[in-house]
Ligand binder design. Structure first.
Ligand code: M6R
Length: 613
């Protein structure tokens, strides 16, 4: 979603605004712009497309000045164009916005009735008009700003410049995050996340829901939604959270896939005590799963598939009923919730609008809530009764990879915890499962060694128009995840199916042009999945089978055998197979996209953190 940066600096800010916008590219955007206080009011430069287009505009028409704001826009209202790019301007006010103003049509009609003319199709522009009106009406800046915020419905993070207030940036958050950055020599920053201000400072203040701020040189006055002055703590974010580089990798996605042995290790360490051979005491103390009658997992996209994999573990190991639902459906369905249900939101960002709304709905229903989140300062982390962190580190690639395996790591540990607390496994069995989990970083590392084999098959795969993914048991959600990964970064149409469902319809799609990726670890369902491979091969389908047990793949006729490619995965305990097999499906999508030459880290139309509905 849109990215925001604001700087009150001691030297020309345009280069630093651009540097920050480049850091925000990962969020997904289609236009960008900056505005700088030039001494005679804020001036803007905007461009459609990539930041380099904006740089070219600024090279031609430089913007000197030490105070400014910048924005990457992910279009919601109005096409991606210069006209709709932020900053928006009216009268004395120039601003950038992330979120959606839901009552913009009503506000716009009111302003138009007064004769005001709009230059864009955006919802954002009404805020500039409203604030300018309030200021023209003679209200002091602080009162005018509060009054405007009170009129807005929906979600926003805002950074605002006002003519005549040369050393001030106004900021506000509701629904979309915003952080204050505390720099050296009285420099101050405002950003949509810690990464935005990361090149300049690691000292940040996370604004809370409804907070708004008047940023000045060397300080900030922060107010809560009611308008009371508040003191929010300053925290120091780690250097890795503040500055993330690609290093020698071609793409952030590639780097993040390769970081998984470490990110899983870090996450497992937060949940497991390797010496005692059990789930850590603090995790056990935080929640007694024997008091939980049911789990409701709510999430979107890849996080939803992590929850779907976890369901198998919680039900099988702990005998705990689990429902998993995409948050955008859950929140509007009026679901019937049973007392004793634990609602678990799973989210990398902790800011996804639908997941957050679903979590809030569960809280309002009086349910106990937990959030499995990677951004520990996120809104979900703060609002859930219990935060279960993942330790993937900052994930920049839009396609979620290391966050997914970190979510799986945390959830599998929690399933073991639940099983033990519910008396479903003995201490000895717990120790065995802990041992198995602790082996996963090493096995993930081995799975990364499948890279060369996978590169070989993706050349052909990149020519496909449609691809089918099949899996059984917890490999079924992994098949869905594999299909999502492929379609989002390579733009190849892909669908995941439960392998047993094939003959109930999807088999009609099988022909020599539709590759079928079969995820088949050596588990209790292997033979059944292998039968499905036979069915596909018998119909001339091209099968790519990912398995640790190629020797068990049934003998096929000579013709059928020619269409079968087996990719050998490391052997592993079925409990951690979802972790290990995540790697080849990520690599498959990655190399296919590289072959196709798509924008791997910032696929078209996608945003990293989806903070609008
Ligand atoms: O930040 P979240 O985990 O809540 O994000 C959820 C989805 O938007 C996200 O997983 C999305 O599906 C990714 N692009 C998948 O790679």
């Amino acid at each position: 979603m849109c990215g925001i940066i604001g700087i009150i600096g001691n030297s020309d800010v345009a280069p630093r605004l651009l540097e920050s916008l480049r850091r925000l590219e990962y969020r997904g955007y289609d236009s960008a712009g900056i505005a700088v206080q030039t001494g005679h009011g804020p001036e803007r430069r905007r461009a459609e497309g990539k930041i380099r287009n904006l740089e070219a505009v600024i090279d031609e028409q430089p913007l000197p000045g030490v105070v400014g704001i910048g924005h990457t826009r992910w279009a919601t209202h109005g096409a991606p164009s210069v006209r709709n790019a932020h900053p928006h301007h009216y009268g004395k006010v120039t601003l950038v916005h992330n979120g959606i103003i839901e009552n913009f049509a009503e506000l716009k009609a009111e302003l138009k009735a007064k004769g005001q003319v709009f230059e864009s199709d955006t919802d954002t522009e009404v805020i500039a008009h409203l604030l300018n009106d309030a200021l023209e009406g003679g209200q002091p800046l602080k009162d005018a700003f509060k009054r405007v915020l009170d009129r807005l419905h929906g979600a926003y993070a805002l950074a605002i410049l006002v003519e005549g207030e040369e050393n001030t940036i106004l900021g506000a958050r509701r629904g979309s995050p915003l952080v204050i950055g505390w720099g050296e020599n009285d420099e101050m920053f405002l950003g949509s996340d810690a990464l935005a201000v990361g090149p300049f400072t690691q000292r940040v203040t996370y604004l809370e829901e409804g907070d708004w701020v008047i940023l000045s040189r060397g300080g900030a006055q922060t107010f809560d939604a009611q308008g009371f002055l508040v003191n929010r703590p300053v925290t120091t974010v780690s250097a890795s959270a503040a500055l993330v580089e690609k290093g020698s990798y071609r793409h952030f996605m590639e780097k993040e896939v390769h970081e998984q042995p470490d990110s899983c290790q870090r996450t497992l360490s937060a949940y497991l005590d390797p010496v005692a051979g059990e789930v850590r005491a603090d995790i056990k103390a935080a929640l007694d799963f024997s008091q939980i009658v049911r789990i409701q997992i709510i999430a979107c996209g890849t996080a939803y598939y992590a929850g779907s994999v976890a369901r198998y573990a919680f039900e099988k190991l702990a005998g705990l009923p689990v429902d998993v639902e995409v948050a955008s459906e859950f929140r509007y369905r009026s679901p019937a919730m049973m007392p004793g249900t634990l609602a678990v939101a799973v989210s990398q960002s902790g800011e996804t609008a639908d997941t957050l709304a679903a979590l809030r709905w569960c809280k309002d229903e009086g349910l106990k809530t937990a959030a499995v989140v990677n951004v520990h300062s996120s809104t979900m982390a703060r609002e859930a009764d219990l935060m279960w962190p993942t330790h993937a580190g900052p994930e920049i690639g839009v396609a979620s990879t290391k966050a997914f395996t970190a979510q799986l790591s945390a959830l599998l540990c929690l399933a073991v915890c639940a099983a033990r607390q519910r008396g479903r496994i003995t201490a000895h069995e717990e120790a065995h499962l802990v041992q198995v989990l602790l082996e996963s970083p090493g096995l993930i590392s081995q799975a990364l060694g499948m890279d060369a084999d996978i590169v070989r098959i993706t050349h052909k795969l990149s020519k496909a128009r449609d691809v089918i993914y099949l899996g059984r048991g917890d490999m079924y959600p992994l098949a869905l995840e594999g299909a999502l990964k492929l379609k989002e970064i390579s733009y190849i149409h892909a669908e995941g199916y439960a392998a047993g469902e094939l003959k109930h319809g999807p088999i009609a799609l099988i022909d020599e042009n539709t590759p079928v990726v079969v995820i088949a670890p050596d588990d209790a369902l292997f033979e059944k999945t292998a039968s499905n491979v036979q069915e596909v091969a018998a119909r001339g389908g091209r099968v790519i089978m990912i398995t640790d047990t190629p020797e068990k793949v049934p003998a096929l006729s000579e013709d059928a055998a020619r269409t079968l490619t087996v990719v050998k995965a490391p052997a592993c305990d079925p409990f951690i197979a979802p972790l290990v097999y995540s790697v080849p499906i990520q690599l498959l999508a990655y190399h296919t996209a590289v072959h196709k030459g798509t924008d791997v880290d910032q696929p078209r139309n996608l945003a990293k953190s989806v903070t609008v509905e």
